[in-house]
Ligand binder design. Structure first.
Ligand SMILES: [Fe+2]
Ligand SMILES: [Fe+2]
Length: 336
């Protein structure tokens, strides 16, 4: 009888239709059995392309979902209605787009998700503010807009991270290094308070506990992209650091960091500045901080991220509003 009582105490009825999370893809953990998790998700926003290194069962409980998937390099899609189950074998690349609101039961090996987002470094990648999709992180009050990513929670990643006022992030060490630029608010940890405009480098082996104040913070962060010997830990307040003349009139440069072939800098473009056509040895990555940046391929307003591969070329310029950009060069894979 005691056994019966035990079972009774641990049972739970979940009416999936009634479940709603605060944010898209928020989940209720139902059970973890031998390392396999069952979670009920609510969403009204698409997820991002990802691959699991284990199998996944995706069962639509309520609503409709368009599941896009790639098999042998070919993209296809299927509409899933309530009651339908999508099974992804190991390595199936897929992304779920709910049609309105949807509730989904996902059964998968814990931590098996392997995201691949803008993971082909030989291709140009551009993300504009209108493309932003904020997804919740495992920490409450912390949301992310992923720009590129290989891996899951421990990932080679470039991300915009938004910390709600008074949010915290768990203590962590930086196995692959961490570089960030504070875009808004104040980012704080046990070492310092870094106001908007701060550039911070935390090399491999460093450790911290972010704790955000009442202003909240938004940062542009690159993880797992450090050379092992690149051990200089420092921060620069770019509101106060010195500008140097650039290669053409109208350009000013604030060097941030140099290591090997890698260079990071802020570059200020006066209105109507034209730079010379050039090629990127080791690639180029730009985040537009103010104004609008242009080249012959397009227009890039504030908040746009552009990653151009090794040996790519362009002819950049600005118009009446000028631009302030973060630029990193010489850090992407060189394949000849
Ligand atoms: Fe960190
Ligand atoms: Fe360039």
């Amino acid at each position: 009888m005691l056994w019966g009582l035990f079972l009774w105490c641990n049972m739970e009825i979940i009416r999936s239709k009634n479940f709603k999370s605060e944010k898209a893809w928020g989940a209720k953990d139902i059970a973890t059995m031998n390392g396999v998790t069952s979670r009920l998700h609510w969403t009204d926003e698409p997820y991002i392309w990802h691959i699991n290194d284990g199998e996944e069962i995706f069962a639509v409980m309520d609503g409709r979902v368009e599941m896009k998937y790639r098999e042998n390099g070919k993209e296809d899609s299927v509409i899933l209605n309530a009651g339908d189950i999508f099974y992804a074998s190991v390595g199936t690349e897929h992304v779920a787009h709910p049609i309105g609101e949807a509730r989904i039961l996902v059964i998968e090996k814990e931590g098996s998700i392997q995201m691949e987002l803008n993971a082909n470094f030989e291709k140009i990648a551009v993300v504009r503010p209108e493309d932003y999709k904020w997804v919740p992180s495992p920490m409450k009050g912390v949301e992310r807009m992923m720009l590129d990513r290989i891996g899951d929670e421990v990932a080679r990643a470039t991300t915009i991270v938004k910390f709600a006022p008074n949010s915290e992030f768990s203590p962590h060490d930086h196995c692959g290094g961490e570089e960030f630029l504070v875009l808004e608010g104040v980012f704080s940890d046990e070492h310092a308070d870094y106001p908007a405009g701060s550039y911070v480098r935390n090399p491999i082996g460093t450790f911290h506990t972010p704790k955000i104040g009442e202003e909240g913070a938004t940062i542009f962060v690159k993880l797992y992209q450090f050379e092992e010997e690149d051990q200089k830990q420092f921060s620069i307040n770019t509101n106060e650091a010195e500008w140097y003349p650039g290669l053409v009139p109208g350009l000013s440069v604030m060097p941030l960091h140099e290591y090997g072939t890698e260079h990071a800098a802020l570059v200020k473009w006066a209105p109507n500045t034209i730079f010379k056509p050039h090629q990127h040895w080791g690639g180029e990555e730009i985040f537009v901080l103010e104004g609008t940046f242009y080249d012959e391929h397009g227009e890039y307003p504030k908040g746009t991220w552009i990653r151009s591969p090794h040996l790519s070329r362009h002819h950049p310029y600005t118009k009446e509003d000028g631009a302030l950009i973060y630029v990193k060069t010489g850090h992407l894979p060189i394949k000849e």
